[in-house]
Design a protein around this ligand. Structure first.
Ligand code: TYD
Length: 197
């Protein structure tokens, strides 16, 4: 049986990551599975409630919530799909926890979070990073109602800087301003170098 391929998509809110992953999934068909964090499981629903309203949750508690959600998703969806030889497209993974929850000392940095997450969860075979400036991302988000707590300029600037410190150097970096079809082709080409599609 084919070995499967684990591809993770990352980027700040407003980068168009969800549109891109969905388009790639549509194109690849049944050989691919699209997963998304926060998940649709009870652990992910709890996170979405917390994201919708201002709160004073600690960094440690945020990391715990995302890790609990990830652990269930890995066990129930990721591991079986890879074992069945699927190409798994994961819309956000532990790089999001590092970039979004990473803070200045005395809290944990993005790098420290990524290192502890790597000890807990499977490593992706490929990371795709959708690059966009916080200003351009915000103007895309501006047309959307009900912004979440991380969707402000200062938060997105902190998150983009964190991403720069942790995204692997071998990641496929895409320009989010390019047409979706162009980026779909780039990702398919990269996937096609690793597995037959
Ligand atoms: P997102 O994929 O942007 O969902 P939606 O399109 O419904 O807004 O994810 C929701 C938010 O969760 C986003 O602001 C990023 C944040 N997030 C973290 O802070 N840490 C994490 O580990 C993950 C997976 C997401």
């Amino acid at each position: 049986m084919a070995a499967g391929l684990f591809v993770v998509f990352e980027g700040i809110d407003g980068s168009g990551k969800s549109t891109l992953t969905k388009a790639i999934w549509d194109d690849l068909g049944t050989q691919a599975l699209l997963l998304r964090e926060p998940t649709g499981l009870h652990t992910g629903k709890l996170i979405r409630e917390k994201l919708a309203a201002p709160n004073t949750m600690s960094q440690k508690d945020w990391i715990q919530l995302f890790s609990d959600d990830r652990a269930l998703d890995v066990e129930q969806h990721l591991t079986p799909a890879l074992a069945a030889g699927k190409i798994v497209l994961m819309d956000r993974y532990y790089y999001s926890t590092a970039a979004y929850q990473g803070q200045n000392p005395p809290d944990l940095s993005a790098l420290q979070i990524v290192q502890s997450q790597q000890a807990l969860f499977p490593r992706p075979d490929m990371v795709v990073y959708l690059e966009i400036s916080p200003d351009a991302a915000l103007s895309r988000l501006g047309s959307r109602a009900g912004l979440e707590i991380f969707e402000t300029k200062s938060q997105l600037e902190r998150i983009a800087k964190n991403y720069d410190s942790i995204i692997p150097k071998e990641a496929l970096r895409l320009d989010a301003a390019k047409p979706v079809a162009t980026n779909v082709e780039k990702v398919k080409k990269a996937i096609g170098k690793k597995v037959p599609i």
